[in-house]
Design a protein around this ligand. Structure first.
Ligand code: KG4
Ligand code: ZN
Length: 335
């Protein structure tokens, strides 16, 4: 059979990315232009700045992805793009580019949900076949999803306030560690005592699979405030380690419960926070204990990229779930 090559584009937040993926599994090329430096001085993503940077970079990023693949548009079977959820101005840049390319090249267009992309990033390293439970933890989302055999997705739980990655970013800012916070906290936590402070766990009911991280974030801020007022040195590493432990504990408690409630035997851990080494270890432990198979993307495929969009697009391609030129970006886009 002729291989199916898909050119995929991602621009939902602060990375401009393009990739060429073959048969949903093989990364032929992947280019990610980060806007980290543009957002670092604001301590977070500024939507206007993001849109502008996408417009400036997208042409170059797509060109690079094609050049590195040593293929041309004529060799593609489809063009795929993230159509939501995300920053609306940022999404429009990718969607418009994808529609234009699809129309000019006469290729089918595939709209991909950003979280489906995160989930199927795991299929670029491990084989991932539904049914499975997915824990998606990123800067904008914290969700437990039941992906059924027929591809239908049921949402079992979500965060009621901050996303896990958002909590990492906010606590990192309070600890003056910089942006994005996740990697900085992970690094700092290696030097600290995770039992230094027993930060509280949110109480949302024993059966609930929802999450809440704003209380934890406030507890860290309060702790810092008290230490400063008492004239004590801030034990950054110990606080980072204790905070990280509390987040992981919250995530694993609900994941364990969801696995028990559903009886699912595969867990997919995905999203930017899944790059966290301590979380990956904790998930491994839970899965070993429950005899569940764990699928996690390679670390570099956890944060936003277009390879994962190509992987998810291949699923839709096989199911003939194509978009047309009415495709648009959607800031809120329930999975
Ligand atoms: O998936 P992603 O790239 O963008 C969204 O779709 O939101 O996730 C970015 C988030 C940021 O909040 C970042 O701090 C977090 O993922 N993150 C991490 C790590 N690497 C990235 N959090 C914890 N530990 C990490 N190593
Ligand atoms: Zn993401």
């Amino acid at each position: 059979d002729k291989p199916i090559s898909i050119l995929a584009i991602e621009s939902s937040c602060d990375e401009t990315a393009a990739a060429v993926i073959r048969n949903g599994r093989e990364i032929i090329s992947s280019v990610v232009a980060s806007q980290m430096e543009s957002h670092e001085r604001f301590g977070g993503v500024v939507p206007e700045v993001a849109s502008r940077a996408h417009v400036e970079q997208i042409g170059f990023v797509i060109e690079q992805a094609l050049v590195q693949s040593e293929l041309s548009l004529d060799d593609m079977q489809a063009i795929a793009v993230t159509c939501g959820p995300g920053l609306i101005g940022a999404l429009f840049v990718g969607v418009t580019a994808a529609k234009t390319l699809a129309q000019v090249a006469g290729l089918p267009l595939i709209g991909v949900h950003h979280l489906a992309g995160h989930m199927y990033a795991a299929s670029l390293s491990d084989g991932v076949e539904p049914p499975f439970l997915a824990l998606i933890v990123s800067g904008g989302h914290t969700e437990l999803l039941h992906v059924r055999e027929d591809g239908v997705i049921l949402r079992l739980g979500k965060t009621r306030d901050d996303a896990a990655g958002e909590a990492f970013d906010k606590v990192a800012r309070a600890l003056q560690l910089g942006y994005p916070g996740g990697p900085k906290i992970q690094q700092m936590a290696l030097l600290g005592d995770p039992k230094y402070v027993a930060f509280p766990q949110a109480k949302l009911g024993e059966e609930s699979l929802d999450f809440s991280f704003s209380g934890l974030k406030s507890a860290v801020l309060l702790h810092l405030d008290r230490a400063t007022k008492a004239g004590q040195d801030v034990r950054t590493a110990d606080i980072a380690a204790s905070f990280q432990r509390a987040v992981i504990e919250a995530l694993m408690t609900k994941t364990r419960l969801a696995l028990q409630q559903t009886g699912l035997t595969t867990l997919v851990l995905a999203g930017g926070v899944a790059a966290n080494q301590a979380l990956r270890e904790a998930a491994k432990e839970v899965c070993r204990e429950l005899h569940v198979q764990l699928a996690v993307p390679d670390t570099w495929l956890c944060t936003d990229n277009a390879a994962m969009i190509g992987a998810a697009a291949y699923m839709r391609y096989k199911q003939h779930k194509l978009a047309d030129l009415t495709l648009t970006g959607r800031a809120d886009f329930p999975i």
